[in-house]
Ligand binder design. Structure first.
Ligand code: C5P
Length: 391
């Protein structure tokens, strides 16, 4: 995502307004500047002072605020924004929006906007299910206004159902996706991620320290860039990325089967998973009991998913990862040649495994391209930009 996007966050009257506070914090942490505008009723649920402290900017509520130089906050605020997000969006505010009414600062600002508008509904489930509300939201979508959610679950009123506002983390993911340039639209990408687990008996197995963070970051970023993404995940505790077809396969052979099942018509394949090179010859049906002083487990070679994909008659653009503990660049270069890959990403194991950031070097026909140490999300963006340029 490009840095320093700016968002107007409109807060309307609803108990979910408290989630807007956390959302502002997350947006600021992600380098998105936030200008908060509240309706009068929103101020009954959360104070402008709270939102000012979190956003670092004065909060606007009234139409007649004289602190804006030209006295026209409804024009000025939207011109400075890359997008407007209404969160929470009450049933009443949405009804107003779709009729183009403008009787307070926030509704006037939305009507006068020249940037995209996104709304995150929050209301009781009966209000949400009411045909009038449903009609209103259908019309909003037809007017090119993005509707984020609502979520489903327990509501502040004690009822359970649709109508909850999405959580702050989910809204942040939508905003990041919205701001990401769609450079991979029309591309199909298959990504493997995480560790594999090779069972020895029903309770024990051989695995490794891969967290899945890099592969999941690539999947989320590729989807944000407009690609159709399939993620085949081994063992990982991360939650499935948004707008990604996520499938699970824990052993190397199960992952191999899932990849081959989905490889047809893919434009790009990125093997990020830390796939076990060996698996036990047989998996014991019962838990192995301890008896002798030592135990030998015979291992057999696993199939190499990436090498086999790269060897298909008309392979997708294949990208590998090489995690090495020594001679990182040399070994990665050898792997790129052996597996016939146009691009490999080299990294050092202790820097890579489980961490939120990493330092990697991209190796292609034009040589080595070291990237600066950065978060895995930023590295994902750089890798995908590089792939897009190579394509
Ligand atoms: O050969 P090595 O495991 O070091 O190569 C690493 C690259 O190959 C990674 O991209 C990994 O996802 C992929 N790989 C694979 N199947 C294997 C072993 C590695 O796809 N059995």
């Amino acid at each position: 995502m490009q840095k320093n996007k700016s968002l107007v966050l409109g807060i309307t009257g609803g108990i979910a307004a408290y989630k807007a506070a956390e959302l502002v914090r997350l947006l600021i942490k992600s380098n998105i500047s936030v200008q908060v505008v509240m309706t009068e009723s929103a101020t009954k649920f959360i104070t402008p002072m709270t939102m000012q402290a979190l956003s670092g900017k004065p909060v606007y509520v009234g139409m007649w605020d004289s602190t804006i130089d030209n006295g026209m906050p409804h024009i000025e605020l939207s011109r400075e924004a890359d997008a407007i997000l209404i969160a929470p969006a009450s049933a009443e505010f949405v009804a107003k929006l779709l009729h183009g009414r403008a009787d307070d600062l926030l509704s006037t600002l939305c009507l006068a906007r020249d940037c995209p508008l996104l709304v995150a509904p929050a209301m009781n489930k009966q209000m949400w299910e009411n045909p009038a509300t449903q009609r209103n939201f259908e019309q909003l979508k037809a007017d090119n206004i993005a509707v984020l959610g609502p979520g489903n679950g327990e509501q502040a009123c004690g009822e359970t159902g649709d109508g909850r506002m999405l959580e702050a983390e989910e809204l942040l993911a939508h905003i990041k996706a919205h701001f990401t340039p769609k450079i991979l639209t029309g591309k199909k990408i298959l990504i493997t991620a995480g560790a594999t687990l090779e069972m020895i008996d029903p309770v024990r197995g051989i695995t490794n320290l891969s967290s899945g963070k890099m592969g999941y970051a690539l999947a989320q970023t590729a989807a944000n860039m407009g690609a159709e993404v399939t993620l085949v995940s081994g063992v990982s505790h991360l939650s499935a990325p948004m707008n990604v077809n996520t499938q699970y396969a824990s052993s190397a052979s199960a992952m191999y089967a899932k990849v081959m099942e989905n490889i047809q018509s893919q434009d790009i394949f990125i093997g990020v998973a830390a796939v076990a090179d060996y698996a036990p010859n047989e998996i014991a049906n019962q838990k192995i009991k301890k008896s002798a002083d030592s135990l030998t487990i015979n291992l057999k070679r696993n199939p190499d998913i990436l090498a086999d994909v790269a060897n298909l008659p008309s392979p997708p653009f294949c990208v590998g990862f090489a995690a090495e503990s020594e001679n990182v660049i040399e070994y990665a270069t050898q792997k790129r040649t052996a597996k016939k890959l146009p691009l490999i990403v080299a990294n050092e194991v202790t820097s890579a495994m489980g961490n939120d950031d990493n330092q990697v070097t991209l190796i292609d026909d034009n040589g080595n391209h070291p990237l600066q140490r950065a978060s895995k999300l930023n590295i994902a963006t750089e890798i995908l930009n590089h792939i897009q340029r190579m394509l």
